[in-house]
Every structure is written in structure tokens, then in C-alpha cells.
Design a protein around this ligand. Structure first.
Ligand code: ZN
Length: 420
């Protein structure tokens, strides 16, 4: 039994190293009757989450422990037979169970120090035109032609705009404004890892330009939210004047939700293209480990609008998928202060956008930071990975056959370091 479990662990590890989880999203077109049912399912998911979160909190107050999913799931059938909860019988049982598993995860994450999702789980609020529920134990047999068979609902029209891999076990049905989507969690084979690194890039994030890379190319922050801020503000003001629950309130919430979805879609599309461009054109990507929270309190919406953390996670997962490398440097590394040519520390205020050093280097502050991040990233990468050859670190610099700039001199030093 133990050996079998150990093997299972290795098989899982093997799958994780050569496969990657991706999400495939498709639009579905439910009719009015089906839409009402979908809304009911979302409501049930919210009810189950809030009900069991309340129970967990009470239990914790009593003896400092949690009930966790096993105890909760076994109490579901009893709940369904209670007089005031008979409506739960109309909800797919895998959806309810899945909600409890997510609650489990959220509770466990809140106590983990290294978790990215910090904080105790919150109660879910009712929001119009926003909702989701998950389904487990699904397979590709549920798709029949241009329709998808959902439990307790039946056939719903789906637009399969791209081929769906058959290897999926769970999915999530989501509402975004007045549109419904189904998102499948699919396992995809990773590309072969690139062993010969030819192109290296260093990226510096700042609020004015979303990314400045070490080739002196910058991508300006399109500020999607700032552009539609006035419209969203106006819609929010109008919503506050409507009576909650009235038809006008619902109509207004739809308008607001549509605007938010539009901004989110714009940002996601932009970052997806940018991250794909960065990953496909480079073999090693050097980034700075940024602490976004304090920057947000300082620079507010600008930071949020730039979507740095979203861009970073996109770069990381795409690099993993396409066999490229990411090197993350310490957040306390003085990338802005350090001179990329001579290595002295040059103090500057936030307003100073130019880097002027006594050695004669005079470049933009962000470009200097990007070059520093690249150089440090290469060092970190070499220390961590043995067996990967760095062929020509400055292969991506423009005009590298001209007089050697301080930058390429630095890079040559690193190539020597790689060979030695
Ligand atoms: Zn200098």
C-alpha cells in the first residue's frame, strides 16, 4: 500500500513536470429557462459556501479546529431532506461538493505563510450578473455537436471556437455581465526545455511604461481603467440612486458590469499578447520580485491598472509551457541605484528619470534598471541551473558589433562566468 502511494506521488510529480494545466474558455448560449437555472446554481453555491463557512467559524471558536470537507460533504444529504432546504435537490451534487472542497482549500491557504492567497475566506455577497459554480466528474462525452449537456439542465448551445483537448475532469460555469461561459481545466503537454540560451532579456516594470526591457524598448501603459474611469464613476453614481432589487437597479448593474468586463478584457488581451511576445522572442527572462502591495498604496490605481502581477504570472506560465526560463531576482537588489556600467551606487530621487554617473554613462533610469536586472538575473540563473549553456548573452542587443558599450562588456563578463 505504501509503495503504491509512493509510486502515485512519483507519477503525479512526473505529470507535473511534463504537463501544464491550462484553462479553455467557451461561450455558452442558454435560453431564458436555462439561464434561470444557472442563476439558481450560482445562488446555491453561494449559500453552501456561506453556510459552511459560518459552521467552520463556530467550530473554530469552540475548540480551535475546523470540520473540513469530509465532515461537511457527509452532512449534505441530510441538509437536502430538511424542509426549508428541499430546493437543494435541484442542484447538481458535484457542484455542492466542489464548493466545499474550495472552502477547504481557502481555509488551509489562510494559515499558510507562503501562500499567495492570504487572508481568511470571506462570505460571498449577492451580485447581479456575476456568479459561478463548478462541476466535477465531467468528460468529453458531455459535448454533443454544437451543444453541451449540463447536469440538471440539459443541452445548452456552445460555441467551440477552438478545439478542446479531451483530457479534462472539471469545469466552471461563469457569468460575466450578460454573457455565460464555461471554462474547462485541461492538461496540456509542455514544450521541450530550451537548453541553449541565446536570447536574454531584463524587464523593469514601472507605472509610466508597463515594461522597459534591456534592449531599450518600452511598452507604454495603455491605462484602460483610467480611460473609462469617468464612465464607470457615473454609472456607479446612478446605481446608488436606484432602489436595491428593483428592475432599474438590475438594468443599471448590468451596464456597470459590462463596463468592468470590457476593461478587464482589454487588459487581459493586451497583457496576453505582450507576454507571448516576450516569451516567444527570448530564452531567459529576468524579472524583479516586486512587492506590489506597498506600491499600490503609493501609486494606487496606476499600479493596479498596469496589471504587473498579472503580466508576471502570464510570463511565468507561458515560459513554463514553452520550455523557456525565468530568473527572478531579489526585491532588495538595488536595480535603480546601481550603475550598469561601473557598478557604483548612484542615489536618485523618484522624480529623477535620468541616470547620470561619474563614469560617463547617461541613460534613462528605467533602461539602467532593466540592464541591471538582466545582469543580476543571469547571475542568479547560473547559480541555480547547472547544465544549461549560455551561448551568447548579448545576442539580442541591437548593433552589438559597434564599439563595445559598457553594457555588452558586462555581458561578456557573464558569458565568461558561464563558461568557467
Ligand atoms: Zn557608472
Amino acid at each position: 500500500m505504501f509503495i503504491l502511494r509512493k509510486n502515485e506521488k512519483y507519477i503525479k510529480l512526473f505529470i507535473n513536470t511534463c504537463m501544464r494545466q491550462l484553462k479553455y474558455s467557451y461561450r455558452i448560449y442558454p435560453n431564458k429557462e436555462q439561464e434561470a437555472k444557472l442563476n439558481q446554481f450560482c445562488g446555491a453555491q453561494r449559500f453552501i459556501w456561506n453556510h459552511f463557512l459560518c459552521l467552520e467559524m463556530e467550530q473554530y471558536k469552540l475548540d480551535g479546529t475546523f470540520r473540513f470537507s469530509h465532515k461537511n460533504i457527509t452532512s449534505l444529504p441530510k441538509m437536502k431532506n430538511m424542509e426549508n432546504l428541499l430546493w437543494l435537490k435541484d442542484i447538481p451534487s458535484t457542484s455542492l461538493q466542489q464548493t466545499l472542497l474550495y472552502l477547504d482549500k481557502a481555509l488551509k491557504h489562510s494559515f499558510r505563510k507562503t501562500s499567495s492567497k492570504k487572508g481568511f475566506p470571506k462570505f460571498k455577497k449577492k451580485k447581479y450578473y456575476q456568479g459561478s459554480f463548478s462541476l466535477a466528474m465531467v468528460n468529453d462525452k458531455m459535448i454533443i455537436g454544437s451543444h453541451i449537456k449540463l447536469p440538471k439542465i440539459g443541452k445548452v448551445k456552445i460555441k467551440l471556437h477552438r478545439k478542446l483537448p479531451s483530457d479534462f475532469k472539471s469545469c466552471q460555469v461563469k457569468q460575466k455581465a450578460n454573457k455565460w461561459f464555461i471554462v474547462f481545466t485541461v492538461k496540456v503537454n509542455k514544450h521541450k526545455t530550451v537548453n541553449k540560451i541565446q536570447k536574454v532579456i531584463g524587464l523593469d516594470f514601472n507605472s509610466k511604461d508597463i515594461v522597459v526591457n534591456s534592449n531599450d524598448c518600452s511598452t507604454t501603459n495603455p491605462k484602460f481603467f483610467v480611460k473609462s474611469k469617468q464612465r464607470i464613476k457615473k454609472l456607479n453614481r446612478q446605481l446608488s440612486k436606484k432602489q436595491k432589487g428593483s428592475n432599474n437597479y438590475k438594468k443599471q448593474s448590468l451596464k456597470l458590469a459590462q463596463n468592468h468586463v470590457h476593461v478587464a478584457n482589454q487588459r487581459k488581451d493586451f497583457l496576453d499578447k505582450l507576454s507571448y511576445d516576450i516569451v516567444s522572442n527570448n530564452d531567459l527572462i529576468c524579472l524583479e520580485d516586486l512587492n506590489i502591495k506597498p506600491m499600490q498604496s503609493f501609486n494606487g490605481r496606476m499600479v493596479q491598472d498596469a496589471g504587473w502581477s498579472m503580466l508576471r504570472s502570464m510570463i511565468e506560465y507561458k515560459a513554463d509551457l514553452y520550455g523557456k526560463h525565468v530568473s527572478v531576482i531579489n526585491q532588495y537588489f538595488p536595480s535603480t541605484k546601481l550603475c550598469s556600467a561601473c557598478g557604483t551606487i548612484v542615489n536618485k530621487s523618484l522624480r529623477q528619470r535620468q541616470h547620470n554617473c561619474n563614469c560617463g554613462l547617461c541613460i534613462s533610469r528605467d533602461l539602467n534598471a532593466a540592464i541591471n536586472i538582466k545582469n543580476e538575473g543571469i547571475k542568479v540563473f547560473i547559480n541555480n541551473k547547472v547544465g544549461t549553456t549560455l551561448i551568447y548573452a548579448c545576442g539580442d542587443t541591437k548593433g552589438d558589433d559597434k564599439t563595445p558599450s559598457p553594457v555588452s562588456m558586462n555581458q561578456e563578463a557573464h558569458v565568461a562566468l558561464a563558461n568557467g
